[in-house]
Write a protein that binds this ligand. Structure first.
Ligand SMILES: O=C(O)[C@H]1O[C@H](OP(=O)(O)OP(=O)(O)OC[C@H]2O[C@@H](n3ccc(=O)[nH]c3=O)[C@H](O)[C@@H]2O)[C@H](O)[C@@H](O)[C@@H]1O
Length: 441
């Protein structure tokens, strides 16, 4: 709606305005002297009014479209008995002193693996995921099936639904929030920037608001990203290195998350641990990532593009295997100190931590492709092209000594071993190797 102008709104004083009104006065009085002129001026006013209304409507619709896509209005949430029972059962720990963890992005790659690991050791786990179509929803559904087999319930909703979160936090006293829901992908940020703001910033704040209001407040562990190091050229990347040069909007939203975490820790006493993941890969992985899309294209005989940096330098990533990352996540949950506030009030200082979870040995993209060729037993059709200016960084390399000292984090899977396991899963999942089909279940 156009903003209404109050009656007492001061008009711009001065000479120009006076002259304009006099001119229009004289002009109008001449025209209004005949009936036909009066008719003409009425039609002109009507036409102008119609055009103005149409113009405002088009503006409003445009904005509204944007708002509904990026910030859906929270739906009134009314839980029923069946829903409550599913939630309570899923949250029930199977061991004494078990954690009660809300996992966001539970149908995602890391979310699925962490949920299963928690459940396996007897913790209570509840998932939430909006099942968006950034990549194949069928893969997310297949992951959900895996979780359901282990009696893990996933609520299908958006983390921005604060009414749902209120009901949930009133119903269950979560000991921990494992926040893995995010708009991932470095390069997609140029196509759909709004989705990064929606999930990685607005969604995170909505969750933190729910956590700070809870009594007792849960401890929070969440996924930041190695991309926050951006154009940092000091290697390996340490947590104390500069992170003020993000190269993509994705990286900028993750960096914003780290600053937001500081604020909620400072004001409300929330215990918050951020984990900077380094290009996590493995079975049940993300189809938008290079190792996954290369596998698909190599098997289809389609050419793949290998990006190169300045001076034809190969790009390199500190590819980190999913099982190592899961261990880092579990250790972060186990060592997270308690939040100190309750009902929105801070009672004392709480831990605020940040850790690199990488592999410590970067591998170039051409090397990654060679390993895939070996296990797929197919030669790739390679196009080597200059890295597009789309937010990529030339290399990543983690220093994990802090995570090692405080979490006992110790990555043990190299890229060769990890990709062998990935290829085995990929072929089995897609029914490309009948003998492996039985292992899928
Ligand atoms: O660790 C991280 O912080 C990030 O890791 C990955 O981002 P990225 O490292 O770009 O992973 P891929 O998209 O799998 O790309 C890996 C490498 O392959 C290169 N690549 C990608 C695609 C392609 O067609 N060709 C190509 O050479 C990329 O430039 C990059 O060097 C994830 O996609 C992010 O969500 C995550 O936060």
């Amino acid at each position: 709606m156009p903003p209404s102008v109050p009656d007492n709104f001061p008009s711009t004083p001065g000479k120009v305005k006076m002259e304009r009104s006099n001119y229009f006065g004289r002009f109008a009085s001449r025209w209004h002297s005949t009936a036909s002129a009066r008719l003409l001026s009425c039609s002109a006013i009507l036409l102008a009014l119609t055009l103005f209304v149409l113009f405002r409507m088009s503006l409003y619709n445009g904005a509204d479209q944007y708002l509904t896509r990026v910030t859906p209005i929270p739906q009134a949430f009314k839980p029923d008995h069946v829903w409550e029972t599913q939630v309570r059962q899923s949250c029930l720990p199977k061991k004494s002193e078990g954690l009660i963890v809300l996992v966001t992005g539970a149908a995602g790659f890391v979310g699925t693996h962490v949920s299963l690991a928690l459940k396996k050791r007897g913790d209570g786990v509840l998932g939430i995921d909006n099942f968006n179509s950034y990549y194949e929803v069928s893969l997310k559904r297949a992951r959900q099936e895996l979780l359901e087999k282990q009696e893990i319930f996933i609520i299908e909703d958006d983390i921005n639904n604060k009414e749902l979160l209120k009901v949930l936090f009133d119903l269950i006293q979560f000991t921990h929030l494992m926040h893995l829901a995010a708009q991932a992908g470095v390069r997609y940020a140029m196509q759909n920037p709004g989705s990064y703001v929606h999930s990685n910033i607005a969604g995170f704040v909505t969750l933190l608001e729910a956590c700070k209001d809870a009594s007792p407040q849960p401890a929070i562990v969440w996924a930041s990203s190695s991309s926050v190091y951006g154009l940092n050229s000091k290697v390996p990347f340490s947590e104390s290195d500069r992170t003020d040069q993000p190269a993509s909007l994705y990286a900028a939203t993750k960096k914003a998350g780290e600053e937001i975490a500081h604020t909620y820790n400072h004001i409300y006493g929330l215990s918050i641990t951020g984990l900077r993941f380094f290009t996590v890969y493995g079975p049940w992985g993300r189809p938008d990532m290079a190792y996954f899309s290369f596998t698909r294209d190599i098997l289809k005989g389609k050419p793949i593009s290998i990006f190169q940096g300045a001076n034809k330098q190969d790009l390199a990533r500190d590819f980190t295997y999913i099982d190592d990352v899961v261990k880092g996540c579990m250790a972060s949950l186990d060592t997270a100190g308690k939040s100190t506030g309750s009902g929105g009030k801070k009672k004392g200082p709480a831990p605020l931590r940040i850790f690199n979870l990488g592999n410590t040995s970067p591998v170039t993209v051409p090397n990654l492709v060679s390993i895939l060729e070996k296990y797929l037993k197919v030669k790739a059709k390679k196009n080597t092209i200059k890295m597009p200016r789309n937010g990529d960084v030339p290399f990543t390399h983690a220093n994990v000594s802090l995570a090692h000292a405080q979490l006992g984090y110790n990555p043990t899977t190299n890229l060769d071993v990890g990709l062998k396991r990935f290829v085995k899963w990929y072929l089995s999942y897609h029914g490309l190797e009948p003998s492996l089909k039985s292992q899928r279940s």
